[in-house]
Structure formats: C-alpha cells, structure tokens
Design a protein around this ligand. Structure first.
Ligand SMILES: Nc1ncnc2c1ncn2[C@@H]1O[C@H](COP(=O)(O)OP(=O)(O)OP(=O)(O)O)[C@@H](O)[C@H]1O
Ligand SMILES: Nc1ncnc2c1ncn2[C@@H]1O[C@H](COP(=O)(O)OP(=O)(O)OP(=O)(O)O)[C@@H](O)[C@H]1O
Ligand SMILES: [Mg+2]
Ligand SMILES: [Mg+2]
Lengths: 256, 256
C-alpha cells in the first residue's frame, strides 16, 4: 500500500518541484517503487525528468476529466522503480472544468485507489495555488510535505496554507496530516535565512525535517538537462542534501 | 490618462511582487501618481507595503465581486504619490466565484476606467497562475511586464505565457502588448544565468529591458519590514537596479 504525499505550498518558487522530483529519484534509488504525479499545468516535474509536455500521449488531465485510468497515462522513466504521471498544458483548464463536476475534489483520490498497490510511494507535485488541483491532491494524500524557502514572503503564506490543509482534513480527508516541512534554498551567509529557520522550527517543531536544503546552482541546472540531481551532480551540496532528506523520510516512515 | 501594466508570469517566485512594489515606489519618487493593485490572494504586495492583509477594511475582492468602486478600497501609503488597492485572503475564492458571472473577464477593466484619470501609472501584481484573476489583469492592461528569473524552469514557462497573452489580445483586449521583459535574480557567477539571458534576449530582442536585476538579499529582507527597497536599502545593488529600471521604463514611455 503506497504512502501518498503531496508537495504543496501556494507560494511560488519555493522548491516544490525540485523537492518532489529529487526525492522521487532518491526513493527509487533506495528500491522504493515510486510514482511521481505532476499536477501542475506548467509541467515542470514532467520536463525535469526529460519528457516533452507537448508530446506526451496522455496526461493527468484525462485522468481527472475523462476518467482515464491512471495506469494508462503513466510513463516509465530511465530510472528503475520511478514512474511518472505527466502533466500537459491542457491541465490549465482543469481548474475551471472541474468546478461543476460532482465529487470534483475526489477525482484524483478515486484514480489513485487501484494504483496504490503497485507502488511504495506516490509523490504529487502541486501548482502554486490552492485551487481544485491542489485540493484534489490534499483529498488524495496521506500527508503533505511543505517546502518553505528561507525567505520572508514565503513565511507569510504558511498560515493560509495551514488553513486550507485544516479545511481539507475536516471536509475531505480526515486522515490528512502535515507529514513534514522542509527548508529550501538556505543561504547560511544571510541573517534572514537563519531567522526564518528559527521561526519555522518554533511553529512546526518536530514536523520540520532536520535536513535543510542549501541554495545550490546544480539543483537549478539539472532540469535543463532533464536529469535529476543524482544523475547530474550527485556529490553536489544539493545532491547530498536530498539524499539525506530521503533517508530522513524513510526513517520517519519506519522503512528501514 | 494612466498607463496600466500587469506584472504576470504563471511561474512562481520569479519576482513579480518584488518588481511591481519597487517599481511603483520608484515611479512615485519620480512624482508619477501611482496605484499598485494587488491581485494575488497571497497579498504579498499588500504586506510588502506594510499593510496587514487580515485587517484591511476592503480589498479588490469587493471590486471584482460586489461592484465596489475601486476608489472605495484604495489605501494611501506613507509615500506621497503611491496608493494601494489591497488584496485579502477572500480573493482566493474569486477565481471560482467569477466563473459564472457575465463579463467576468472585464470586471477589473470596468473598475479601472474611472480611476485612470487620477493616476499616471497603475501597476497590477498578478498571482502565479493563468486563471481568471490574471486574465482580468490582461484584459485591463495596456501592456504586460514579464519578470523572468535567470534559471531554466522559468524559461520553460514563457511559451505558455505568451500563448495566454496572445489569446487575451485576440479575444479580450486588442491593444494589449508585451511592454517589457525584465530579468531577475541574476547571479553573474553562474553560466546558467548568462545562458538564460542570452536565450531571452534572442527571443524578445528590444522588448528585454537592458536593466538586469541582480540577486540581492536586501530585496528579500525589505518586505519583512514592510518597506520598499528605497526605504530599506536604496544604495544596495537591488535598489540601484530598480532605480535604473524605473528610468528605463519612463524613457520607454516617453516621460521625461
Ligand atoms: N536549493 C536550491 N538551490 C538553488 N536553486 C533552486 C533550489 N531549489 C529550487 N531551485 C530553483 O529555483 C526555482 C524554483 O524552484 P521550483 O521550480 O522547484 O519551485 P516550485 O515551488 O515548484 O515553483 P512553482 O511555484 O512555480 O511550482 C527553479 O528554477 C529551481 O531550479
Ligand atoms: N533580485 C532578487 N534578489 C534576491 N531575492 C529576491 C529578488 N527578487 C525577489 N526576491 C525574493 O525571492 C522570492 C520570490 O520573489 P517574489 O515573491 O517577488 O516573486 P513572485 O513572482 O511575486 O512570487 P509568486 O509567484 O509567489 O507571486 C521572495 O522571497 C523575494 O523576496
Ligand atoms: Mg513547481
Ligand atoms: Mg507575488
């Protein structure tokens, strides 16, 4: 039975895609059968794994709007144990098209049910909004992993995100938890980063992963080659950090 | 008659808010009567100017959904010539609530019409999506200013953004143009940044502002004090760059 985690934060550019993609690969390297679902119309997770969003045969759009089974859109990647359910630009209209549909918040949860036995982990990359795509992810997930950039404006948005998670827990998915908060793009030379980490630690306590992801240009270069950090620069500070984060996640899940 | 510019890019965290807020202040300092409209439910522009989004008496939500006149929600700031139309968390539901409304794409354009005589510039900060809030901004604006972070993933999203701008131009606002593209968070030490700038320059030519905004921690610190870069660290690389950008914008507009 797969563990399902949504990478969500409506603040843009905080490292949702970078975390989902690299954690998915790290888990696959540790022989966890992993499915990465790209729920963002920008399709950044799709292109980060080397796929062309314009030419994928089918995407999660068909799963959400046309009841296509998830296994019919899943693509195998060049990594053993890592599959991708790609996004496409058509997903941009899903937010509006889902509005009148009955049970619109549960489309992804229903689609995932038959797939959960085939994987150990299912990671969902969310768009930077709290619309119906992210709500579908919150309704489908066991837990939320919240990437937080070590800056002020991203900190501000956490209260709003927590309200939406609480609402999703109360109305759609009582089992939903905040599985972890991960600090990203940390630059130890600035006071701001240190202050933000201290503030988040105060708020979230043990939910904060002790692994902090440093700012590392290799992480932003890797997607331009369609490779994960482990394929592109495994020994870089970014590669080492996401490797530690994967170990910490597995320990938190009691997977030895 | 005010010039109206929308700061739009569905990629998250590329510097839309930072550019809109600091350009608005720079224009106000140059005696241009400026209105900043915060169209993002995150309300980052509102808090960057020192306002508390939870306690503003009224926001653009009322303007879009309840036909409240724009002048009834406008707040004066501590800067002469700079006014703010604040956002609030209620704006998050506007995307969905606008869907069934007649003329839903033109709500902002209609609300702006009476206000255009009272200002020289109206700048609109958009959320990281291409939904009805951003579409309202594209329908209301004379031009779009596109912040592009000097990294790969933000580059990928430009094609999608241009498609949406073309669609808005054809269907909603024939006068809409791309008024400028501004490179942000440039770190000259990395090859990636130099490659991205070269690529964008090839695509956009003269639309690319020659002023490039460097990565500068002062820009990310200023909002935590509710101050613009000119109030917080005017001589910083970020302050100097946004000052140059304001001069370049005024020259492009023929305002001497
Ligand atoms: N630790 C890091 N160090 C340096 N660059 C990073 C790091 N993490 C992410 N990046 C880069 O920062 C940018 C934003 O990251 P990313 O796209 O993963 O964020 P996101 O939250 O998924 O954005 P969006 O809100 O648009 O979905 C990207 O260009 C990415 O390559
Ligand atoms: N030139 C810069 N140098 C350093 N930090 C910057 C710069 N520009 C913006 N930032 C910081 O980077 C983060 C993202 O910028 P900002 O919030 O302005 O982007 P945005 O496009 O408005 O994001 P969103 O998509 O969430 O609306 C913020 O924490 C901001 O303070
Ligand atoms: Mg992303
Ligand atoms: Mg913003």
């Amino acid at each position: 039975m797969a563990r399902v985690y949504a990478f969500a934060n409506q603040k843009g550019g905080v490292g949702k895609t970078t975390s989902a993609v690299n954690l998915a690969d790290a888990l696959a390297m540790r022989r966890q059968r992993t499915l990465l679902i790209d729920l963002d119309p920008q399709a950044n997770a799709t292109s980060s794994l080397g796929f062309d969003k314009q030419t994928v045969p089918a995407s999660v759009y068909q799963v959400l709007l046309h009841d296509t089974p998830l296994r019919d859109v899943v693509q195998l990647t060049d990594r053993v144990h890592l599959d991708l359910a790609p996004s496409s630009p058509t997903l941009a209209s899903a937010e509006v098209e889902l509005v009148p549909q009955i049970g619109r918040e549960y489309r992804l949860r229903e689609a995932l049910a038959p797939a959960r036995d085939g994987y150990d982990y299912i990671l969902i990359d969310c768009p930077p909004s709290l619309g119906l795509l992210t709500v579908n992810a919150l309704a489908a997930a066991d837990g939320v992993i919240i990437p937080v950039q070590c800056e002020y404006l991203p900190l501000e948005g956490l209260a709003m995100l927590m309200q939406t998670i609480d609402l999703a827990k109360r109305r759609l998915n009582p089992g939903l938890t905040v599985h972890g908060v991960v600090m990203t793009m940390y630059d130890g030379r600035t006071n701001l980063a240190q202050q933000v980490v201290a503030e988040v630690r105060q708020h979230f306590g043990g939910q904060l992963f002790s692994t902090i992801i440093p700012r590392n240009v290799r992480l932003s270069e890797a997607p331009s080659f369609g490779r994960t950090i482990f394929q592109y620069a495994p020994a870089s500070p970014g590669g080492v950090a996401y490797s530690h984060l994967a170990d910490e996640l597995l320990a938190r899940d009691g997977v030895v």
